[in-house]
Write a protein that binds this ligand. Structure first.
Ligand code: F0G
Length: 435
């Protein structure tokens, strides 16, 4: 559809052409969002077309992002699309996780099935496509790991030059390895995510590099399709709740925008409630929503779920809007709660990275406090693949996982590997012994 960029600040609302390479409003410095300037889209025929595209062999149709292109701001200009067949992620039932969380039933939308193993691919395909449309050769991001892995892959696939900035020593090896393998120039900066983002914004301006953090509105547009696809897979029956982890709050902004647009165009009538879960040591949005005072960043955020180790989330004004519009909630969970929930998701045969497990930990807390009811229909979004952070897994299962304060976490659902001699009798004895 035809679209423009609009300032998100209610008392500014300045508008700019969709091809301006800007990330904040030049007039008031507010966040920018994509706004459609057309209002006609027939929900019934769109639902039918989107379903038919699932059986098509056209690359654009095979992508779980571009399949929904009528609700993306590229208005038929799809010649620049950079796709790695992202999206198409499954809805998985997790009965054991449901029981752990206190629910009758729980479904996971697993974004870890994406080409680079996280939900970032949904947004990055749009962000890099916009970079190509704008003829930008160099693209950059600061990242806790997944954005950099995704950007490196998509930029390289498009023949662009990716530059990634990461907090030195604070991302998992799996993610760092991806950035290197996909050919990004990788700078490990001795600062935290929030500090590096400020730095990169200055550098991007000075060197004419296109910035692909989630402050980039095109990333948010792509991430909307996580919701489109999830509802399509549920025959457009909205759940009661959508639960997701919150870091920089780009995904919260994207999910809320997706739901508002689906309502506006008549695809759904009921809006699911968003539940955003943060790690206790990096929970500025939780504190803010609880107190409704001034937004205060956390100067030194800490969590082993490094993906969400963010103290100054740029998208908080958008996320606040979406939480309010969806009658949503924000919860925070401890390191122990995240680690245990993660092991339970693993035992469902599903698995995820630490930040994603904050969802189940949060569900358990929200069910216990009566906010979510046992009979509610809940979809939790698992944002990253289990193999993103194998070091965390090994430490948890062998009782060596220590929290940021140095305290060893309990290995409540631990599963230690056993060293065995090369001897059938002794191995048989081990296997017959009670665990
Ligand atoms: N889960 C995972 C696995 C992530 O990588 C991130 C963010 C989040 C949740 C939080 O999403 O920022 O939209 O609220 N990772 C970013 C990165 C910051 O650099 O990869 P958010």
């Amino acid at each position: 559809m035809l679209a423009e960029l609009a300032c998100f600040e209610q008392n500014c609302r300045a508008r700019f052409p969709i091809t301006d390479a800007i990330y904040n409003c030049p007039e008031c410095n507010g966040l920018l969002e994509v706004r459609f300037t057309e209002s006609k889209l027939d929900p019934e025929s769109s639902k039918r077309v989107w379903r038919e595209r699932r059986t098509s062999n056209q690359p654009l149709d095979q992508s779980g992002v571009w399949r929904y292109r009528e609700l993306l701001p590229f208005d038929g200009q799809h010649q620049h699309v950079v796709s790695l067949r992202e999206g198409n992620t499954p809805l998985l039932d997790g009965p054991r996780a449901a029981q752990y969380g206190g629910l009758d039933r729980l479904t996971f939308k697993h974004q870890g099935f994406n080409p680079t193993g996280s939900f970032k691919d949904n947004g990055m395909t749009c962000g890099v496509t916009q970079a190509v449309r704008l003829h930008r050769q160099r693209v950059a991001c600061v990242s806790t790991g997944n954005t950099s892995a995704s950007m490196a892959a998509y930029a390289s696939a498009a023949g662009l030059d990716p530059i990634v900035f990461i907090p030195h020593g604070n991302i998992s090896y799996g993610k760092l390895a991806q950035a290197l393998e996909y050919g990004a120039r990788t700078l490990q900066v001795e600062a935290n995510f929030d500090q590096i983002l400020a730095l990169v914004r200055v550098l991007a301006d000075r060197l004419g590099i296109y910035l692909l953090n989630s402050i980039n509105p095109f990333r948010i547009e792509g991430q909307k399709t996580i919701i489109f696809e999830m509802l399509d897979q549920r025959d457009w029956n909205p759940p009661d709740w959508i639960v997701l982890p919150g870091g920089n709050l780009g995904n919260t902004s994207a999910f809320g925008k997706a739901l508002r647009e689906l309502c506006q165009f008549g695809f759904i009538r009921k809006v699911p409630r968003l539940a955003v879960i943060q790690a206790e040591g990096a929970a500025p949005f939780y504190d803010f929503v609880r107190t409704r005072g001034e937004f205060r960043s956390v100067p030194d955020p800490k969590t082993l779920a490094t993906a969400i180790r963010i103290g100054d989330p740029v998208s908080w004004p958008k996320a606040l809007h979406e939480i309010t519009a969806s009658n949503g909630v924000v919860e925070k969970v401890s390191e122990q709660e995240i680690a245990d929930a993660k092991a339970i998701i693993g035992r469902c045969g599903i698995g995820c990275e630490p930040a994603s497990a904050a969802t189940l930990a949060g569900i358990q807390k929200l069910v216990r406090s009566g906010v979510i009811r046992a009979s509610d229909d809940v979809v939790a979004v698992l944002t990253g693949n289990v193999l993103k952070d194998p070091d965390y897994i090994y430490r948890y299962h062998t009782g060596q996982l220590t929290d940021p304060e140095g305290k060893t976490l309990e290995s409540r659902f631990g599963n230690r590997p056993v060293v065995a001699p090369n001897d059938a009798d002794q191995i048989a004895k081990i296997l017959e012994a009670k665990i």
